[in-house]
Design a protein around this ligand. Structure first.
Ligand SMILES: C[S@@+](CC[C@H](N)C(=O)[O-])C[C@H]1O[C@@H](n2cnc3c(N)ncnc32)[C@H](O)[C@@H]1O
Length: 271
């Protein structure tokens, strides 16, 4: 068992890991991420204190699913691409997407987070981790720039200061002269204001900073929107039936109010 002691934004990755483990244990999993379940069993931590409910397990899996599909779609078209997976936490996405060894895949998170990854997950060809804050931009020099790039960041942008997040995206766009795609989720400014209603953020004592209301705020950095999923778009009807009645009621309310719909979005861009 690996004993861990993470706080604030780093602790939130234990909640999303646990959410995927709950999904894997459910009768009809969305992601079926057995590696997440195995990882939870190997980590000596009281996961019950994170406030993760079965509803949350389902929504974490529903958020990850389109991101996995978009990544796989890009890598089918660019089997020699370079992937940068930012704020990877304990996400075993590289194992779920399972790219060919011709793809170079970099998982980036704080040093103690990638250290834990190294103790839990097996190594694989073409795969490397980088232990750094994503906003200490020196790590970008370690990434080859001779192939198209795929940048993935799930549950990360909201933890960055707006100026740092924008600078990060600008630098990554400039780093891949052959272009590529970016896949990430965002919170709106209202989502940032209401952050303490999110039990995972509250219990981890994490702070969210970067709210994005309009796609144009990202397009002006050099991105072109490919697909946008609002909070009400990514739960399939079958998945909605499995949510609790109160969560279904919340989703229904969110669907009625445009400001709520953009509180949490999943976005796919090209550059
Ligand atoms: C909500 S978790 C998401 C983890 C993972 N993407 C997932 O979906 O399970 C947020 C992650 O972002 C990482 N993170 C936040 N700010 C960061 C920064 N400045 N540099 C590197 N990682 C950061 C945290 O360490 C944590 O792993």
């Amino acid at each position: 068992m690996e004993k861990v002691r993470f706080t604030e934004e780093k602790a939130t990755m234990l909640a999303t890991l646990y959410g995927r483990a709950l999904d894997a244990r459910s009768a009809r999993p969305i992601l079926g991420d057995q590696a997440a379940d195995e990882a939870v069993k190997q980590i000596d931590y009281d996961f019950s204190k994170l406030g993760v409910t079965p509803d949350m397990g389902l929504t974490v899996a529903l958020r990850a699913k389109p991101m996995d599909e978009w990544a796989a779609d890009f890598l089918r078209k660019h089997p020699d691409a370079t992937v940068v997976h930012l704020g990877c936490g304990m996400d075993s996405r590289v194992h779920r997407v399972d790219p060919p060894p011709s793809v170079r895949w970099f998982d980036v998170d704080y040093p103690d987070v990638v250290d834990l990854r190294g103790r839990i997950y097996p190594d694989r060809e073409g795969y490397r981790t980088i232990g750094s804050s994503v906003t200490d931009f020196g790590w970008i020099d370690e990434i080859p720039s001779d192939k198209p790039g795929l940048v993935i960041a799930e549950g990360l942008t909201m933890y960055l200061r707006p100026s740092e997040g924008e600078e990060l995206l600008r630098r990554l766009i400039a780093h891949f002269p052959q272009g590529g795609e970016m896949v990430f989720d965002t919170f709106s400014r209202l989502g940032i204001k209401l952050q303490k209603l999110n039990p995972v953020v509250r219990k981890a004592n994490a702070t969210l900073y970067w709210g994005i209301d309009e796609i144009s705020e990202l397009e002006r950095l050099g991105l072109t929107l490919v697909t946008k999923l609002d909070a009400t778009d990514y739960a399939t009807p079958e998945a909605k039936e499995r949510l609790s009645a109160s969560m279904r009621a919340q989703l229904w309310l969110v669907g009625l109010i445009p400001a709520f719909k953009k509180m949490g979005r999943i976005l796919r861009f090209r550059f």
